[in-house]
Design a protein around this ligand. Structure first.
Ligand code: 13P
Length: 257
């Protein structure tokens, strides 16, 4: 971590938990003590639990995220949910471009960009995920993939528009081979990837890179969070499985300070 950036600990609950279970989990996260004064906490329940969890989190310091968003505001898009609807449900955040969306649901770099535009338009903060697959890593093209996914977010934009998009944007580096596998990236590999992403943004767009938070995700647990968070370009973590256990998630939050 770097003292100029606030740590952000996010829990992605994926397709887990009923409404009442989600409310109970959210309450447990909100009850975590102590929490570092600068640590931001976000949880991302399933869509059906958003409204109830929003209510449970009122007046706490835990923010609410959606796991996905559609880029149109409304219309004949069966099964989709828009940014204004997420806002209406109490979300301040949304994940975008998670590797499971990219791999299983056809999310592309192009749709990720449209979703970022939609979230920004409605004042929601995006957590945009990038990361290479095992095959890409073994082929030695990790950084090409990261560059492509990152550059696609600002493709076709002017300098000022790009900086506006990147301001407040959170990037999550989630190597696909580390997600749900118990194989965490070495903290030095995570640091290298995060530094690569930040340098790329700095080279193209300047100092916005220094305020941009970059989270690591992929088999983060209470036992490895502190070492990851000790890296200078790791500004937080995006936690899947371990965020469903409030005691373990509390330890991860506390590892941030
Ligand atoms: P795990 O922590 O279960 O590996 O999941 C990571 C992830 O995909 C968070 O978005």
């Amino acid at each position: 971590m770097n003292p100029t950036r606030r740590p952000l600990i996010a829990g992605n609950w994926k397709m887990h938990r009923t409404v009442s279970e989600s409310v109970a989990l959210a309450r447990a996260v909100a009850d975590t003590r102590p929490v570092g004064p600068r640590t931001d906490i976000v949880v991302a329940p399933v869509f059906t639990a958003l409204t109830a969890v929003a209510k449970a989190l009122e007046g706490t310091r835990v923010g609410l995220a959606a796991q996905n968003v559609y880029f149109e505001d409304q219309g004949a898009f069966t099964g989709e949910i828009s940014a204004p609807m997420l806002k209406d449900a109490g979300c301040a955040w949304s994940l975008v471009g998670h590797s499971e969306r990219r791999q299983l649901f056809g999310e592309t770099d192009g749709t990720v960009q449209k979703k970022l535009f939609a979230l920004k338009k409605h004042g929601l903060a995006p957590i945009a995920c990038v990361g290479e697959t095992l095959a890409e890593r073994e082929a030695g093209i990790t950084y090409d993939v990261l560059r492509r996914q990152l550059d696609a977010m600002t493709a076709g934009l002017e300098m000022e528009e790009s900086i506006a998009l990147l301001t407040g944007l959170v990037i999550a580096y989630e190597p696909v081979w580390a997600i749900g596998t118990g194989r965490t990236a070495k903290s030095s590999d995570a640091q290298s990837a995060h530094a690569f992403l930040r340098d790329r943004v700095r080279d193209r767009f300047g100092e916005v890179a220094d305020t941009m938070r970059i989270l690591y995700g992929g088999s983060v647990k209470a036992d490895n969070a502190a070492e990851l968070l000790a890296q200078p370009d790791v500004d937080g973590v995006l936690v899947g499985g371990a965020s469903l256990d409030p005691a373990g998630f509390a330890r991860i939050i506390q590892a941030a300070g």
